[in-house]
Design a protein around this ligand. Structure first.
Ligand SMILES: Nc1nc2c(c(=O)[nH]1)N[C@H]1C(S)=C(S)[C@@H](COP(=O)(O)OP(=O)(O)OC[C@H]3O[C@@H](n4cnc5c(=O)[nH]c(N)nc54)[C@H](O)[C@@H]3O)O[C@H]1N2
Ligand SMILES: Nc1nc2c(c(=O)[nH]1)N[C@H]1C(S)=C(S)[C@@H](COP(=O)(O)OP(=O)(O)OC[C@H]3O[C@@H](n4cnc5c(=O)[nH]c(N)nc54)[C@H](O)[C@@H]3O)O[C@H]1N2
Ligand code: SF4
Ligand SMILES: [Mo]
Length: 661
């Protein structure tokens, strides 16, 4: 049997951006492994992608276009197979009819594209829908508050690279869970600790990182803003702020100091549910460390205070003067270290924009014109968007025509009128940029498409040509040419992987600087206040009520990768609850429970988890309906409130009650 090994790159929504080896045997993928072309990968990958071959040929894989059978109930996957020609005729005819009746805004393309690169997201798809004048979406499911905060303060200054973590002598892992969601950072954390670095973790759960830490601050969800401002106030008041740095490099330091001055250690301790002594120890360790690094994650942004919290956390290295040393400063996203351009020229269509995190409202609370055609790709909104029951009601509408371009029969695809089979990254060309490791990778297809699956770039270019809005060359080489500069193309051609030559390991404030208009840190000011309804750094109270006192959080786990590959993970997933909260409710390990609030309910089993902070329950994100007894998941309990910055999703503001049933 002939065996070949090909290079590839993992485009999943994961900071690490691994370089892969794909073992092909008899035209099939036998094994996926990590390579060393992207050094961060270090020859190993996560167990999720090691099993990707099972996804390629899963029984749930969509192999041909499908059309809902007459009278087939939405949600029941009642489809018949059809040809691409017939499916595209149907979609094209519907698009034309909807535009004719209500204009382009009655079409809503819904996509997130976290697991997609530059060829399968924001390319021919964007050209098609924007040129049709379709309703646009604010990209808010993930990273909107942190990205908005980072841009406001530093203008997307690149982050400290993974390799440079070993140079820090204090690392604060704040609202991030490297052991689950960016496992290739873990060896660097361990090496830093081996070299004597101290580790502090801020997380409502005792994660693996927290267990390995010198200090764990188990904050109440949504209260990081209070903690960060108390740290800042104490640095200012005790004379440990770097006023010379602030004078030279910042704007708005005085106003920031004034806003932080409301937050004594005691007040923050009471709001965050922490010991004031632990906060003081944190401040001392941070102030004293010569090279201190804050790894700011995304767990702290998914609530009403998320944007201000991220801004206050990112302000700390400026206040304490921690920049200008290798391994010092902050690490969030490093995607801005790699410059890329748009693949198609698209003018501002002027069409309305809706918050994707309010998809349910957009579908059920009609605004003129109503959404009559929903086109879902690169996303699984029924599983991943807040107010799941509203999304479901919307998808059930008889007068809504839903097209889903997918690899497998997801919960969302079951509600489609037309399902189109999509290729995976092993079956199409992809060009992708890392956001944890600094890298740009190109990967050609490793195998032929499964069944009749087609890549996004072919589907949207074909629809664009049919409707007459895409005329330019939409081939892969043409898109690559438009996206990259000559050096990047040379590097890609030579090795299929390119690392930006300038600032591959940028030292903040030594060889990379804020990308703001004046190259300064903007800590406060009218420009930043204008980004949020009631001004930056304003604390919003906990939404808990007497009826719903428990804070339900839904972060990532090691087993799942958002909702992708969920067809391979069919077990019942329990809800984690602290033993104290369980005992007062008569709940034991394995008790069937009902988790509920005014938005919905989830039925599953309880798992007693002493690593949670009391008052916090944990149901992972990305579950499918088959993972619970009720067929509903965490998002049926998550409000569609908007965070204070960037219209971000407030998944972790779900407040619930849990009862045995
Ligand atoms: N295995 C796996 N890896 C993934 C993903 C996945 O689904 N699975 N998803 C990818 C994606 S899309 C993203 S965005 C990243 C996310 O990666 P992370 O930044 O790690 O984000 P989360 O998993 O949402 O949450 C991280 C931690 O924040 C904690 N947390 C929750 N609420 C708060 C809070 O209010 N304050 C603080 N301080 N901590 C809080 C959680 O308990 C959790 O341990 O991971 C990527 N990597
Ligand atoms: N409760 C709760 N919900 C959350 C979160 C949370 O913390 N709590 N986290 C949020 C976060 S961080 C994120 S990033 C979002 C993710 O939300 P989504 O983007 O909706 O979730 P994914 O599971 O990444 O879905 C991607 C889908 O696109 C498909 N796909 C992949 N590649 C292609 C392609 O090339 N073409 C086509 N047509 N389809 C493709 C995959 O099969 C998969 O079904 O979820 C959010 N949802
Ligand atoms: S660790 Fe992340 S980048 Fe690496 S293979 Fe797994 S999902 Fe892909
Ligand atoms: Mo995400």
């Amino acid at each position: 049997m002939k065996k070949t090994i090909l290079d590839s790159a993992c485009p999943m929504d994961c900071p690490d951006h691994c370089s892969l080896t794909v073992e092909i045997q008899d035209g099939r993928v036998a094994r996926l492994g990590g390579s060393r072309r992207n050094p961060v990968t270090a020859g190993f990958i996560c167990s999720k992608i090691r099993h990707f071959a099972d996804h390629l040929l899963a029984p749930e894989r969509i192999r041909t276009p499908l059309v809902r059978i007459d009278g087939g109930k939405k949600g029941e996957a009642a489809f018949r197979e059809t040809s691409w020609e017939e499916a595209l005729d149907l979609v094209e005819a519907r698009m034309r009819a909807v535009i004719e009746r209500h204009g382009g805004e009655a079409i809503l393309p819904f996509h997130y594209g976290g697991s997609n690169g530059l060829l399968s997201e924001g390319a021919a798809d964007r050209a098609l829908f924007d040129r049709l004048g379709a309703t646009r979406i604010h990209d808010t499911l993930c990273a909107a508050p942190t990205t908005t905060a980072m841009r406001a303060l530093y203008g997307k200054m690149p982050s400290v690279a993974y390799d440079d973590f070993v140079h820090a002598d204090l690392i604060v892992v704040w609202g991030a869970n490297p052991h689950a969601s960016h496992i290739h950072l873990v060896p660097y954390l361990k090496e830093a600790q081996r070299r004597g670095a101290r580790l502090i973790v801020v997380d409502p759960r005792r994660t693996k990182a927290a267990k390995a830490a010198d200090l764990h601050l188990a904050v109440r969800p949504g209260t990081d803003l209070a903690l960060a401002l108390a740290v800042a106030r104490e640095l200012f008041e005790s004379g440990r702020a770097d006023r010379a740095f602030l004078e030279e490099w910042s704007v708005g330091a005085e106003e920031f100091e004034r806003r932080a001055s409301m937050w004594s250690i005691e007040r923050a301790a009471s709001e965050c549910g922490l010991d004031p002594g632990d906060i003081a120890r944190f401040i001392d360790a941070y102030a004293e460390a010569e090279t201190a690094l804050i790894r700011c994650g995304w767990g702290l942004e998914r609530n009403r205070n998320g944007g201000s919290a991220a801004a206050a956390i990112l302000a700390l290295p400026a206040v304490a003067g921690k920049f200008g040393r290798r391994g010092g400063g902050y690490a969030l996203s490093s995607s801005s270290a790699t410059a890329v351009r748009h693949r198609f020229a698209v003018e501002d269509s002027g069409a309305r924009t809706i918050n994707m995190n309010r998809l349910g409202r957009a579908l059920v609370e009609f605004d003129a014109p109503p959404i009559e055609l929903l086109f879902v790709y690169n996303a699984n909104p029924l599983a991943t968007v807040t107010r799941q029951e509203a999304v479901r009601r919307g998808l059930e509408r008889d007068d809504l025509f839903t097209v889903v371009h997918e690899q497998v029969m997801t919960d969302t695809a079951r509600y489609a009128d037309v399902v189109l089979p999509a290729t995976t990254f092993l079956e199409h060309h992809e060009l992708s940029v890392g956001y944890g490791s600094i890298s740009l990778q190109y990967a050609p297809p490793a195998i032929a498409p499964v069944g009749e699956a087609r890549p996004n770039y072919e589907l949207f270019a074909e629809l664009g040509r049919r409707i007459g809005v895409i005329e330019e060359d939409a081939s892969v080489p043409a898109m690559v040419e438009r996206a990259l500069d000559a050096d990047q193309i040379r590097a890609i051609n030579a090795d299929s992987i390119a690392f930006p030559t300038d600032g591959a390991h940028p030292v903040q404030f030594l060889d990379t600087f804020p990308r703001t208009s004046d190259r300064k840190v903007h800590l406060a000011g009218p420009d930043i206040d204008a980004l949020t309804p009631d001004g930056l750094y304003r604390f919003r109270d906990d939404p808990a009520t007497e009826a719903y006192p428990l804070a339900m959080i839904s972060p990532a786990t090691q087993r799942t990768i958002s909702s992708s590959l969920g067809e391979l993970h069919r077990e019942l997933v329990p809800v984690g609850i602290h033993p104290e909260d369980a005992h007062v409710r008569g709940i034991e390990d394995g008790t069937p429970v009902r988790i509920h609030n005014e938005l919905g309910e989830v039925r599953t089993l309880a798992r007693l988890d002493p690593d949670l902070r009391p008052g916090v329950v944990f149901l992972p994100k990305g579950l499918w309906s088959h993972n619970t007894q009720s067929g509903t998941t965490a998002n049926s309990l998550c409000p569609d409130d908007e965070a204070d910055l960037g219209l971000g999703a407030c998944f972790n503001d779900a407040r619930v009650e849990v009862e045995a049933c």
